[in-house]
Design a protein. Sequence first.
Length: 326
Amino acid sequence: MLTITALTPPESLSRTRETGRTPLRVGLVQHRWHENEQDLRAELDEGIAAAAKLGARVVFLPELTLSRYPAFVEGGDNPGRQAEDLLSGPTFTFAAKAAAEHGVLVHASLYERNDSENGVQYEDGLGFNTAILVAPSGELLAHTRKLHIPVTAGYYEDTYFRGGPADNPYPVHTAEALGGVKLGLPTCWDEWFPEVARAYSLGGAEILVYPTAIGSEPDHPQFDTQPLWQQVIVGNGIANGTFMVVPNRHGGEGLITFYGSSFISDPYGRILAQAPRDESAVLVADLDLQQREDWLALFPFLATRRPDTYGALTEPVDHASPFGRA
């Protein structure tokens, strides 16, 4: 498996004071889906092991980590039959085992079965698309449900997943095992929405992690969206002073050819490490977390906002005007 490292953070371009924070070494695994379950798990475990050997303290994995991407076809009458329990399903079990064996925190993603919660019974046959963070002790440190659900050709996710609840939609997790770093764990389609990165940044998040499954457009096979995808995420990181960690998969599944290109960027918009489009890879990078404060002190986007003018952003979606009002 290809290994790409960035073990010396680039200079902070607007530093005025030192805080003494030690850089955080993180890892990311880009993989492809294997029909043979043992091969799939072996590839992921190989990547986690490689990142841990290089000193990564947390390793991030792509969206729907152990699953074939399902949504290139519509879900049908009972899509939730493919879902798994959050704490006893195969994804949590795999992440907990890998975390224990390699002595790192492991982030993964799953199709979560959930038919009722807080007295609410779901009758839609759907589940949640959920990101998790697991400690070597086997403790579930954090979980966050994907909020924004795509509805486009080849990505019929609205026929599989319900959007995460509006109650505490942007939880910021303080990872004490990582020196108190503050993490946000949204998922894939969430990465396109500037409101998501802004909400997390306002909550103090230093690193946003977007487990991702994105690739070709079946109705537009000549349109390569990879550059747009990357630019939007990096731009949201610049606008909010956040590191972006984006693990994608690669290879063909159904109608989609996933384009890999997983990357890690810093608040200045610099790509610290990037995987190729068509090869499994491990990225390991050191993050100088003080850069968030350095950048937002020079360009104080959060402090100079005008929330009194943003009312239109909270109005209900007008489905009759998908391109905005005429």
